[in-house]
Write a protein of this length. Structure first.
Length: 425
């Protein structure tokens, strides 16, 4: 309760765009959203743009590893105006079999079927009618046998960077009251990266509103030395936080009395753990376990990690997998073979064939040869450097003692191909 009182002093918003039954979500008082009108995406407009860019495709890097997207380098130009798609969310399979990938960017990508996505084949670029949204994800909401698809925009800064929050849009207007938190306190931090999670649901992109579910998200605190950590909070079926429910910090930067070295920002600006996208793994030895892939360090450097949290007991703590006393970087194997920096923001998902796969993003350093990737120096314009999406087959198991065995199935000692993937279209 003490933490909740502190929490209510903070300005944390939620930004959703969705279409929900009016009996489920009563209409809020209308507000003036003229300054925020670029935030509003009518669901019906998604995917209807005539500006689709076709014939994009990935390339095979090694057995089991595919680079899905190949953005332009500094020396290249593209007439379509699209730069990058980062921070991937789990693949969303539509009712007609398309595979859609959302994330951070001004567009999402769509494959005609799973087979095309599986081999890194051709995809369409479909633009959003707004700019500057983080951590976009698509969900199905099930309520009384009714299915509603929503676009969840988990971070938007309507004014300054510090204003980045998660908002709710209802009936075409910004809700005047956030789910929780007080917008009048002048809190200087910001929040982003929201994900719904529901135990016992086979599809992580589907939420049954009559069952318990949580919201996982990041919160940033501090004026000059920012600290970003992972939280969760229980939700009601009306997409509001449960009354008097405290936000639980599921992972902080500290290990004992000192921060994990892997969370340190390279220029001394603070510490970071971000991007947790929870999923439920069922082991024959250990039953159901919640696993949260995430990243630590500086996203614009070699120090960015592909990390994993594990909740080995239903009511127990989330613990980071470690290596040598620090957070283990599962992306290290890819970095040893390929010139990728900023490799992280992993999401793990179950394939239709019952195997597991990890999708993540990274900067191809060979496209930016003059860049020093060891640090993030002040004045560097990150918008000039573009990330690619990659996907990697993995092995995952938890033994009877609760020990996680997660391995990237990348057994080729060197790339087997750097040529574009040729797929019949």
């Amino acid at each position: 309760m003490a933490y909740l009182a502190e929490w209510q002093k903070r300005s944390v918003f939620f930004f959703f765009l969705f279409l929900l039954p009016t009996q489920l979500l009563p209409k809020d008082p209308e507000v003036n959203v003229e300054d925020l009108k670029t935030c509003i995406i009518p669901v019906a407009e998604i995917g209807r743009s005539n500006n689709k860019i076709e014939q994009n495709h990935g390339k095979i890097l090694a057995q089991g590893l595919i680079q899905l997207t190949i953005p332009p380098s500094l020396s290249e130009s593209r007439t379509d105006g699209f730069r990058e798609l980062a921070d991937p969310s789990p693949p969303f399979i539509t009712d007609d079999g398309h595979v859609e990938i959302y994330g951070t960017g001004d567009f999402y990508i769509r494959y005609k079927n799973w087979e095309e996505f599986d081999r890194g084949g051709f995809y369409e670029i479909i633009p959003f009618p707004i700019k500057g949204c983080w951590d976009v994800r698509k969900y199905r909401l099930i309520h009384d046998d009714r299915k509603i698809e929503i676009i969840f925009i988990a971070g938007y800064a309507p004014t300054t960077w510090e204003s980045r929050r998660l908002y709710i849009i209802r009936n075409g207007a910004l809700s005047p009251i956030p789910i929780f938190g007080d917008p009048t306190t002048g809190w200087k931090g910001h929040s982003y990266g929201g994900n719904f999670f529901q135990s016992g649901t086979s599809d992580p992109n589907t939420i049954y509103l009559d069952r318990p579910f949580d919201l996982y998200f990041e919160m940033v605190e501090g004026d000059t030395s920012h600290i970003t950590e992972e939280f969760r909070i229980p939700m009601n079926k009306d997409l509001k936080v449960k009354e008097n429910a405290p936000a639980e910090k599921i992972f902080g930067i500290m290990k004992g009395s000192k921060p994990y070295p892997a969370t340190q920002r390279t220029d001394g600006r603070g510490y970071l753990a971000e991007g947790g996208r929870p999923f439920e793994f069922t082991s024959a030895h250990h039953g159901s376990t919640v696993i949260v892939p995430l990243s630590t360090g500086d996203f614009f450097t070699d120090s960015y990690t592909t990390a994993v949290l594990v909740n080995r007991h239903k009511n127990g703590p989330f613990l980071a997998e470690e290596d040598g006393g620090d957070i283990k970087d599962y992306g290290h194997k890819i970095k040893n073979l390929f010139p990728f920096a900023g490799l992280g923001r992993p999401v793990i998902y179950l394939r239709p064939d019952g195997e597991y796969e990890m999708m993540l993003h990274g900067y191809n350093k060979s496209a930016f040869p003059a860049r020093d990737w060891s640090t993030w120096k002040n004045g560097v314009d990150t918008s000039q450097f573009n990330r690619s999406l990659l996907k990697q087959k993995i092995h995952i198991e938890i033994d009877a003692a609760g020990k996680l065995d997660l391995r990237l199935l990348l057994n080729t000692p060197k790339p087997i191909s750097h040529e574009p993937l040729v797929v019949a279209h």
